[in-house]
Every structure is written in structure tokens, then in C-alpha cells.
Design a protein around this ligand. Structure first.
Ligand code: SAH
Ligand code: SF4
Ligand code: F3S
Length: 482
């Protein structure tokens, strides 16, 4: 076993995926190499605690790591992300193999800590403090090509304290990243081959509205923080950036200028993930979401006026404490009224320390599951209908890799497991099967001529004209247009 091998397993949202990507590159820059889980000396789990299920997965994964590394005396585990922030050094007592815990703000220091742990066998380290400033990370790790689709953090944390949500506790107070740093990173990514950038944050449209942003503006002498709409304009103006997206906005404070941007910025993609959570005003109030259905529908109408072909997606929680059958029917009615191209829906899950945890009138698991199934059944039918309606359309597809089996990832902030494993590549007689995305973010599979015809770099990162010929359950199939 090499002394400096690592494996990262990532749960949770795109912000965690982005943190893990950075950590992997930082470790490689320090001379570490990746190895399979159980074969690596440093076994890193980047965790999510947004619901009970992903939190529990962490404990079972740590058990698995312990089993798999039984015969590797130097091997140890590292726990990062939101469960690390929540449980902290509690991991050291429950799992002797854990030697480092780090939270969101501590991730920038994790590579140095891992290096020290390799050199000092008895050491244990926790990096759990929240910093006051945005924890800027070393960006100059490597200079090679990057994937066509890149993600850029614009903020840390969240100040909204929705009644059910643990994120403000695990990610800390909102801290905007300096606009110049965001634009610089985006420009570098475009120079290195990125065609699409997704700006990331837990509540992106309150970018610039926090103490850190005010401090930066004061230090720069202009007194006024850069707003999210201004940031969008600055990034969109980068030459060579074909597509811009962002996730996640909160409906309560989406500014008119952000809505207008969908009508004026050519490279801002016509797709928006706008979490609704519930269609019942009573439940929205109890959740502390600070908008009602009238306000939400007003935003939807204004978005459609700015960009008539815009597609929306959303997050829904079913079975929030006190949700009645009527409240749930209101949610179904809201989904029909908006017509979301896709939705991510979850049973309400009690999170420690949140206001909702203290609420009476919890629903039982069977009731929540039954409501979730009804909602998902409706959504699946509707999504299929949306995909079918796209057959025959001419579109542009950004090719991001050879087709893999199975599954695709989504850009939304979602719980999930992300392993850097590439499954078998699908070969097709007379060509190669590629996957890509249309401007709405829909996955499209298309057969391309052999890669050598795509130029020295092949087809990766090319935006090609495609006619959609078939709708599958979760994806589309297209043919290359001459
Ligand atoms: N900041 C984003 C999303 C954060 S978490 C936003 O405000 O939309 C992603 C999704 O997880 C949320 O939109 C919500 O639908 C879901 N979620 C959060 N806490 C939850 C809980 N306690 N139980 C069930 N779902 C939850
Ligand atoms: Fe959680 Fe999102 Fe609400 Fe923040 S805005 S508390 S991250 S659901
Ligand atoms: Fe944390 Fe993202 Fe999960 S902020 S709780 S990893 S959804």
C-alpha cells in the first residue's frame, strides 16, 4: 500500500461535490494518488445531514470503511461536510478510525491537515470553526483542461432558518464571496475549456446581502456590495462562456433585475430551479418561507413573461408537521398550476435543533410515504409528457462525455451519492454514443461520428445542433443535424 493514497465518497448537494473535487485536486497537487475505497490510506467521506437518511448512510459507510481497511494498519478515515459540522469530535469517540473532522469553512485547511495526519500517527484534528470571512481556497492547483460544465461557489452558509432545515446550523451564517474572486475563477475555467458555469450557493439571490459583502465593499471604498443580478451580468459577459446557470434561488427575495436577466442575457439558460416546498399558505407560513402562493405565482408569471420558453423545477417537502390532506391537495394543485418540468420531493424529516422538530402534530411515516408516492406519480407522468413534447424540436446540445450506463447527475442541490466511477462506455455501430445537455438542462443522448472527426480533442465540450427524435423516461435521444 502506498503511503499517500486517498478515496473520497461524497453525499449531499452540488456544493459538497464541488468541495470534494477541490479537495481531490488539492491532494493530487500534494503528491497523493486516488485509490479504491478500502485500498486507500486516507478514506474521506463528505457528508450531508439535510435529512435523517443521508446522515445515517454516513455511519454505515464508516462501518464499511472500517471493515475494508482492517488489514491496512495505517489507514484512517476523514469526515467532512455537514454531518461533521453537526456531530463534530463525537466521531472520534464513536469511530476510532476517524482522525479528522472538517466542516464547510474548514475544508480549505483539510489538505494540510491530511498531510500532517499521514506524518504523525497519533494525531487527531478537528476543523470545525466558522470563519467570519468567506474561506477563499487555493485556486492555483493545476492548469490543465477542465470538464465542459463547471461549478463555482459564490457564497457559504444560509441565514434563512426555514423551520425544517439544518443547513444554517451546519453551514453557518451567509458569507458572500468577493465578486472579483468569483469572476476570476469563472474566467480561468472558461480559458481552460469550460463552456457552461453554474453559480452555487444555498440562497444565491441574497448574494451581496450580508456582513461579509458589506465589509468587502467598504474595504474596496465603493460602499455598495455587488448584487446577484450584477454578478450574473459580469459572469455572463465573459467571452467564450456559452451557458450560465445558478442554483439555488429563494423565491422570497428574487429581485426584478434577476428575472429581467432571463430576457436579456443570451447565455443565461432558460431553466430555473425554484424551490416551492409546499403549495399551502398555512404550511409555507409554518415553514417560515416568507412567501405565499400568490407571490410565488407572480414570480412564475414574470419569469415566463421575460423568457416564454423557461422551464422550472422545484423541491417539495410532504408531511411537514400539521400538514392536512387539504394542505397536501393545495401542493398538488400548485404543481399542476406551475407545471414543473421536474421536481425533487422528500418526506419531512426531523432535524435536531430545528424549530420544526419541536412542533406538535407530526405525521406518521406511512401517511407521509403515501402522499409522496401520489405526488411523485403525478410528477413522473408530467415529466414524461414534457419530454415527449420536445420530440421534433431542433436544439443545441453541449456534449459532456461518452454515454454511460446507468444514470445521470442533476445540477440541482440534492442529496445523493457521488462516486468518481465511470461505468462502461456505450459503443454504437457506425459512431459513438455521447451524452450532453440541451439549454434546459435535459439530458440528451446522441450518436456522433467517430471521435477523430471531432478534431484533436474529440467531441468533448462541443455544442452541436441536434433534432430530438425520442423521449425516454428521464432523457431524450437526438440525431445530429447536418
Ligand atoms: N437552499 C436550498 C436547498 C437546501 S436543501 C433551498 O432553500 O431551496 C435541499 C432541499 O432539501 C430543500 O429544498 C428541501 O426541499 C429539502 N429539505 C431540507 N430540509 C428537509 C427536512 N428536514 N426534511 C425533508 N426535506 C428537507
Ligand atoms: Fe435551508 Fe434553503 Fe431554507 Fe436556507 S433557504 S434554511 S438552506 S431550505
Ligand atoms: Fe449540507 Fe448540502 Fe446536505 S449544505 S446538509 S451537504 S444538502
Amino acid at each position: 500500500m502506498s503511503d499517500r493514497t486517498f478515496h473520497i465518497l461524497t453525499f449531499g448537494c452540488q456544493m459538497n461535490v464541488n468541495d470534494s473535487d477541490w479537495l481531490a485536486r488539492a491532494l493530487v497537487a500534494r503528491g497523493f494518488t486516488e485509490a479504491p475505497l478500502g485500498k486507500a490510506r486516507v478514506n474521506i467521506v463528505n457528508t450531508c445531514s439535510v435529512r435523517d437518511k443521508p446522515e445515517q448512510k454516513v455511519y454505515s459507510v464508516l462501518g464499511r470503511i472500517r471493515q475494508a481497511t482492517r488489514k491496512l494498519p495505517d489507514a484512517f478515515a476523514v469526515v467532512g461536510g455537514c454531518v461533521a459540522q453537526q456531530i463534530g469530535s463525537g466521531f472520534f469517540t464513536r469511530f476510532p478510525q476517524v482522525r479528522l473532522v472538517f466542516g464547510g469553512d474548514g475544508s480549505s485547511m483539510a489538505p494540510q491537515a491530511i498531510e500532517r495526519l499521514c506524518a504523525e500517527p497519533g494525531l487527531r484534528v478537528s476543523l470545525l470553526d466558522f470563519s467570519e470571512e468567506y474561506p477563499e481556497r487555493d485556486a492555483q492547483l493545476d492548469s490543465g483542461p477542465v470538464p465542459p460544465s463547471a461549478f463555482v461557489n459564490i457564497m457559504q452558509g444560509c441565514d434563512n432558518f426555514c423551520a425544517y432545515c439544518i443547513v444554517p446550523y451546519t453551514r453557518g451564517r451567509q458569507k458572500s464571496r468577493a465578486a472579483d474572486a468569483v469572476v476570476r475563477e469563472c474566467a480561468e475555467l472558461v480559458d481552460r475549456g469550460a463552456k457552461e458555469i453554474t453559480l452555487l450557493g444555498q440562497n444565491v439571490n441574497s448574494y451581496g446581502q450580508d456582513a461579509e459583502a458589506t465589509r468587502q465593499a467598504t474595504a474596496a471604498g465603493d460602499g455598495k456590495a455587488v448584487s446577484f443580478a450584477e454578478l450574473l451580468h459580469r459572469v455572463a459577459a465573459l467571452p467564450g462562456l456559452a451557458r450560465l446557470r445558478f442554483v439555488t434561488p429563494h423565491p422570497k427575495d428574487i429581485a426584478p433585475e434577476v428575472i429581467d436577466a432571463f430576457g436579456t442575457l443570451d447565455n443565461l439558460c432558460p431553466r430555473l430551479h425554484l424551490p416551492l416546498q409546499s403549495g399551502s399558505d398555512r404550511i409555507l407560513k409554518a415553514m417560515g418561507r416568507k412567501y405565499d402562493m400568490a407571490r410565488y405565482m407572480d414570480i412564475v408569471h414574470r419569469l415566463k413573461a421575460a423568457r416564454p420558453d423557461i422551464q422550472l423545477s422545484t423541491d417539495i417537502i410532504v408531511g411537514f408537521p400539521g400538514e392536512t390532506e387539504q394542505d397536501f391537495e393545495d401542493t398538488l394543485a400548485a404543481m399542476r398550476a406551475v407545471g414543473f418540468a421536474a421536481s425533487f420531493s422528500f418526506c419531512y424529516s426531523d432535524r435536531p435543533g430545528t424549530r420544526a422538530e419541536m412542533l406538535p402534530a407530526k405525521l406518521d411515516a406511512a401517511e407521509k410515504a403515501a402522499r409522496l408516492a401520489r405526488l411523485q406519480e403525478w410528477q413522473n407522468d408530467y415529466t414524461e409528457q414534457c419530454l415527449r413534447s420536445m420530440v421534433g424540436l431542433h436544439t443545441m446540445v453541449l456534449l459532456d462525455g461518452m454515454s454511460r450506463k446507468p444514470g445521470m447527475t442533476t445540477p440541482e442541490l440534492q442529496e445523493g451519492v457521488h462516486e468518481g466511477v465511470h461505468d462502461g462506455v456505450a459503443g454504437t455501430p457506425g459512431g459513438e454514443s455521447w451524452q450532453g445537455r440541451d439549454p434546459y438542462g435535459q439530458a440528451v443522448n446522441v450518436v456522433m461520428p467517430p471521435r477523430t472527426q471531432g478534431g484533436p480533442e474529440g467531441w468533448l465540450g462541443r455544442i452541436v445542433p441536434v433534432t430530438i427524435v425520442e423521449a425516454k423516461k428521464h432523457s431524450l435521444r437526438g440525431v445530429l443535424r447536418a
